[in-house]
Ligand binder design. Structure first.
Ligand code: SAM
Length: 197
C-alpha cells in the first residue's frame, strides 16, 4: 500500500471505521499476519513479545497461538481498540497485557524486561521521519540480544508513477476482498467514499 501524505491524527472515529472495514481494506491481511509471525525467531519460554498498535488484536492473537509459552504486551492509543484486542485474545487472556500509550512518546520504551520481539502493522506511518528514526533506535536498544523488530506498513513511493501503480493495486485488492467476503462491491464503495486510497 502507498501513503500519499504525511502523518494523520488517529481518533476513536477512525478506530470504529477500521474495526468495521479493516478486513476489506487491508490486502492479504491473513498472509501479512503469518509472515510477521514467521519472522520471529523461536522464543524461549516466558519471553515477552510486544505489539505496537494492535487494532482489533488479530496479530496479537496469532502470536499468542503460535508461541504458547510467551507473553504478549499490546499497546494502543485507542480505548476501543484495546477493548477489541482483549476480546479477540480472550482465550489467551492470561498471557496478554494491554495498555494505553502514545506511539510518539518515549516513556513506554522502557520495558519491565527486554522484549524478544516488537511487531507492528499499519501504524508506524503515523510518525514523521524523525520520530520513526527515534523509535527504531530506542527499540533496537530495548530488544533482547537476538531479538527482532518486525514491521509491515505503508510507504510513500518516490515517484508519481509509483504512487499511481500502488494506488491501482490497492483498489484492485479491496475490490477482490469485497467480492470474496460479501459477494458485492459495497465495501469497495465505502473505501472510495472514505477516501482511503
Ligand atoms: C490502521 S490501524 C492498524 C491496526 C492493526 N495493527 C492492523 O494492522 O489491523 C492503526 C492503529 O494504530 C493506533 N494508533 C494510531 N496512531 C497512534 C498513536 N499516535 N499512538 C497510539 N496508537 C496509535 C490506532 O488506534 C489503531 O489501532
Amino acid at each position: 500500500m502507498a501513503q500519499a501524505q504525511g502523518t494523520a491524527h488517529w481518533d476513536e472515529n477512525h478506530s470504529r471505521g477500521f474495526l468495521d472495514n479493516g478486513r476489506y481494506f487491508v490486502p492479504e491481511r491473513e498472509r501479512q499476519i503469518g509472515i510477521i509471525a514467521d519472522l520471529i525467531p523461536q522464543p524461549a519460554p516466558g519471553n515477552l513479545l510486544v505489539e505496537l498498535c494492535p487494532g482489533e488484536g488479530l496479530l496479537s492473537r496469532a502470536l499468542l497461538e503460535r508461541f504458547p509459552d510467551c507473553h504478549v504486551l499490546a499497546l494502543d492509543g485507542s480505548a476501543q481498540m484495546l477493548e477489541q484486542t482483549r476480546a479477540t485474545c480472550r482465550d489467551q487472556a492470561g498471557r496478554l497485557t494491554t495498555a494505553a500509550f502514545e506511539l510518539a512518546q518515549r516513556d513506554w520504551r522502557r520495558f519491565a524486561e527486554p522484549p524478544h520481539a516488537v511487531v507492528s502493522s499499519l501504524a508506524i506511518h503515523h510518525l514523521d521521519g524523525r520520530q520513526k528514526q527515534e523509535l527504531f533506535a530506542d527499540l533496537a536498544a530495548a530488544l533482547k540480544p537476538g531479538g527482532v523488530l518486525v514491521v509491515a506498513d505503508i510507504v510513500r513511493p518516490p515517484t508519481a508513477s509509483g504512487l499511481d501503480i500502488a494506488a491501482r493495486q490497492w483498489d484492485e485488492a479491496v475490490r477482490t476482498r469485497a467480492l470474496a467476503i460479501d459477494g458485492d462491491l459495497a465495501a469497495f464503495a465505502e473505501f472510495n467514499r472514505l477516501g482511503w486510497n
